[in-house]
Design a protein around this ligand. Structure first.
Ligand code: OFO
Length: 172
């Protein structure tokens, strides 16, 4: 059975994952209307992943005798300015999510809930990979700069970039 404090903290994380999914969905739509099909596809996929992160938490909370509460979400931005700015935002957002997961892990120790501590290790590992992926993309995009040909190739290749490939590729 989850403690009230941990249940509340997990519910906050559910909201954060749901908002992450919305942010990446908004990035996908922004990229799509700009004609960046590859970037859009990548972001749609990333948005789905965040929804999966959220669902995994929802099911866990309910399974442990808590109540996963589905709440109102903050509306994401609609315009992301430029591609480098958008990927910088993605990177910073993942750092924010990692901090939030770390705080959650801290609460499990305070509450002596080792089952939840164990459950959250998947998220700890996932965040390392997500940050690595965001950094890899950011490095590539900064390298391209204003080169239109480079941007074309980047848009074509980004869909092949997965969390796994970024983890084994130290970047540019
Ligand atoms: Fe849920 O990992 Fe990104 O935000």
């Amino acid at each position: 059975m989850l403690s009230k404090k941990l249940e509340k903290a997990l519910n906050t994380q559910i909201q954060i994952e749901a908002e992450s999914s919305q942010i990446y969905l908004s990035m996908a739509s922004w990229a799509e209307v700009k004609g960046l099909e590859g970037v859009a596809g990548f972001m749609y996929g990333h948005s789905d992943e965040e929804r999966m992160h959220m669902l995994k938490l929802v099911k866990y909370v309910n399974e442990r005798g808590g109540h996963a509460k589905i709440s109102q979400l903050k509306a994401p931005k609609i315009d992301f300015g430029t591609l480098p700015k958008m990927f910088q935002e993605l990177y910073e957002h993942e750092i924010f999510v990692s901090k939030s997961i770390n705080e959650l892990v801290h609460v499990t120790l305070e509450e002596k809930d080792y089952a939840t501590h164990n459950f959250l290790q998947w998220y700890v590992a996932e965040q390392i990979e997500e940050e690595a992926l965001a950094r890899t993309i950011l490095d590539k995009i900064n390298l391209i700069g204003n080169d239109k040909g480079g941007l074309y190739l980047f848009d074509r290749d980004i869909q092949q970039l997965t969390v796994e490939s970024a983890a084994s590729d130290p970047g540019v």
